[in-house]
Design a protein around this ligand. Structure first.
Ligand SMILES: [Cu+2]
Length: 274
């Protein structure tokens, strides 16, 4: 029965199947596509459901209890007690224990993201006002990635998220991302991979992800970087190893041609100025 309802919902709401981008009226995270994001979702649920819910309910209960039990009409002579050693020890120790219960798994998640395993693919992402530039240092591939204007969008390309030149990475491989910026602070963020790092001029930040399923994933610049901050999205295509190798071959030719074209343009401009 439940299965039927889920399938019906998926059928009448097809965008629910393609869960690699934000949805209208979405609550919660985008569907995870990496171990890092699984950990983050687990930690979020672990904090929210048992710990925060219990604390909130307990404090609410105490407030209501005090309001009712000690209201002026029922409690005309207030207590003058100002110290109770046992209670003071309890309300110091219990929050400490709660903090430890939260901190230990939080550090575990944090450090698992911080330690970069041996990378299979290395990408450099450079933030510019207002687009991303990418380099595959081992493959000699360099290209820029601009958002596609609304009027030029093709079918299935989401508004404000699709780009002209997407990043390609192989599935189930460790991808190291080196992140920097050329002008102001930006941030390279991809929710489904659980990745977000500041892009700082003159400095390289590193992070990594290992996508565990193929598909197109969308992210955005996540550091307010100027007037077109909202218009420098990130598109990552996770593909099979074969498709990735094919893309590498094509990209080497395509972006080399573009580079030559750009150089010719610059030479022409210089000649015009002269
Ligand atoms: Cu930016």
């Amino acid at each position: 029965m439940i299965k039927k309802i889920v399938y019906t919902l998926l059928f009448i709401w097809p965008s629910a199947i393609l869960a690699n981008e934000p949805k209208d009226w979405q609550l919660g995270f985008q569907k995870s596509a990496s171990k890092s994001m699984d950990d983050i979702v687990w930690f979020h649920d672990y904090m929210l459901v048992p710990i925060i819910t219990a604390i909130t309910a307990f404090v609410l209960f105490l407030l209501l209890y005090v309001c009712v039990r000690y209201r002026a009409s029922k409690n005309q002579v207030p207590s003058t007690t100002s110290h109770n050693t046992l209670i003071e020890v309890i309300w110091t120790l219990v929050p400490c224990l709660i903090l430890i219960v939260m901190a230990v798994p939080s550090f575990k998640v944090l450090y698992s993201q911080d330690e970069i395993p041996k990378a299979d693919v290395t990408i450099k992402a450079i933030g510019y006002q207002w687009y991303w530039g990418y380099e595959y240092p081992d493959e000699n591939i360099i290209f820029d990635s601009y958002m596609i204007d609304e009027k030029d969008l093709k079918e299935n390309q989401p508004r404000l998220l699709a780009v002209d030149n997407a990043v390609y990475v192989p599935v189930n491989k460790v991808v190291k991302v080196m992140i920097t910026a050329n002008d102001v602070l930006h941030a390279w963020a991809l929710p489904s991979f659980g990745v977000k790092r500041d892009a700082i001029p003159g400095r390289i930040n590193e992070t990594w992800f290992k996508a565990d399923r193929t598909g197109t994933f969308y992210g955005q610049c996540s550091e307010l970087c100027g007037i077109k901050h909202a218009f420098m999205p990130i598109t990552v295509n996770v593909v099979s190893e074969d498709e990735y190798n094919k893309w590498l071959e094509e990209a080497k030719v395509k972006f080399a041609k573009e580079e030559i074209k750009n150089k010719i343009k610059i030479v022409k401009k210089i000649r015009e100025i002269r």
